[in-house]
Design a protein around this ligand. Structure first.
Ligand code: MN
Length: 192
């Protein structure tokens, strides 16, 4: 059995400031994400998932094992949605699909932001597509993951308080606005 490892951040810990501080990343990546990896490695011992990949655990496991596996996957995906050179708008086929699904990029941004601000408690808000390339906004509480629902994740925002509390305290909408200054649309386009 090979342990899962914390993947390296795709940017320096201070590279997302001022939108997300180095202090937030030190805790969010260095402590929270690491803890999910460590818990996953402990929890899968003596289960049918000892040789399973992360996505198989997410599709089939339940309870704490599912929660920690999904949190490992979700955080890695979240880091790979962000870039110090991010922001702006998507282009090409993704931009057209967003216009078809939501009317315009601005309407998508408003709906995604409202879903992120409105998710009660902890969780994630995703932009997903189905097998016919139709887009949707999918809020998932706690450790929810679209793979479980047979949807393809394109973009995610983490709205657990640990994602923003050091920088924005209770002002989740401020964090959401700053998140959009970091979205790596080229990476999102490449998933579509
Ligand atoms: Mn998080």
């Amino acid at each position: 059995m090979k342990n899962f490892e914390l993947p390296p951040l795709p940017f320096a810990q201070d590279a997302l400031a001022p939108h997300i501080s180095a202090q937030t990343l030190a805790f969010h990546y260095g402590k929270h994400h690491q803890a999910y990896v460590d818990n996953l490695n402990k929890l899968r011992v003596n289960t049918p998932f000892e040789e399973s990949g992360l996505e198989e655990i997410i599709r089939k496991a339940d309870g704490a094992l599912y929660n920690n596996a999904a949190q490992v996957w979700n955080h890695t995906f979240y880091w790979n949605c962000l870039s110090p050179q991010g922001g702006g708008q998507p282009s090409g086929a993704l931009a057209e699909a967003i216009d078809r699904a939501f009317g315009s990029f601005d309407q998508f941004k408003a709906q995604f932001s409202a879903a992120a601000a409105g998710l009660f408690g902890a969780g994630w808000v995703w932009l997903v597509c189905d097998s016919k390339d139709r887009l949707a906004i999918l809020p998932t509480p706690n450790a929810g993951n679209p793979i479980r629902e047979h949807k393809e994740p394109l973009l995610v925002i983490d709205v657990w308080e640990h994602a923003y509390y050091l920088d924005y305290q209770n002002k989740r909408p401020d964090y959401i606005a700053h998140f959009f200054e970091l979205v790596d649309w080229k990476a999102v386009e490449s998933r579509f």
